[in-house]
Write a protein that binds this ligand. Structure first.
Ligand code: SAH
Length: 188
């Protein structure tokens, strides 16, 4: 896993997704070297880079051109640019022009989550997965309901990570916000 501190960051672009959460997303995705991956909401490139290290091809989309530029800088920094096509635009319209894929990761949806999931499902290969990370409870329930309605096998994990701050007088654990990771598997 790439360390959080090794990403180039910008104050007006969210991310990277914290290392421990990236670990869980990569684990749940079961991504492999033959996979075509789509990352909707590239942000800083946290997940785009992890998928680029493991998959055969990644399409990374963000509506914010500054996020796309930052993801591009991080890809260059880690020598992963050749595997990734960066696309600026709204995820709902960009999805229409992508080839079929094995994994769809949604890290930002701008209030269009169920539409994105449904569109993504139509392009998803059999045995492919859709993974959503949600900070809001409403986002999590919308994701779960939509995946269930599509007849997918659904897996939900909610994690609360605490990280140590090493102080002179001891080790203080600092809590991060809980995150829900929702995965759907497309059956035939
Ligand atoms: N996973 C990223 C962080 C994602 S933050 C990382 O680890 O670095 C969410 C991103 O989703 C933001 O950059 C935002 O611009 C983008 N976004 C939100 N809704 C979108 C939409 N409908 N289409 C494209 N990008 C979107």
């Amino acid at each position: 896993m790439i360390q959080d501190a090794d990403f180039i960051t910008k104050s007006n672009v969210p991310g990277p997704t914290k290392e421990e959460i990236r670990c869980l997303v990569v684990c749940k995705s079961q991504v492999n070297s033959n996979d075509i991956v789509v990352d909707l909401g590239s942000g800083t490139g946290g997940l785009t880079l992890e998928f680029a290290k493991r998959a055969s091809k990644v399409y990374s989309v963000d509506k914010n051109v500054e996020a796309i530029n930052l993801t591009s800088q991080n890809l260059e920094k880690f020598g992963l640019a050749s595997k990734v096509t960066l696309l600026t635009g709204n995820a709902t319209s960009v999805l229409d022009n992508l080839p079929p894929f094995n994994l769809l990761f949604i890290g930002g949806s701008g209030g269009e989550l169920s539409v994105l999931i449904r569109k993504g499902y139509n392009k998803l290969k059999i045995d492919g997965r859709i993974i959503i990370t949600a900070i809001l409870l409403e986002t999590a329930t919308e994701a779960i309901q939509t995946l269930k309605n599509l007849g997918m096998d659904v897996d939900v994990v909610n994690v609360s990570i605490s990280k140590a701050k090493i102080l002179e007088r001891g080790t203080m654990m600092k809590a991060k916000n809980p995150i829900t990771i929702i995965s759907g598997l497309k059956k035939n």
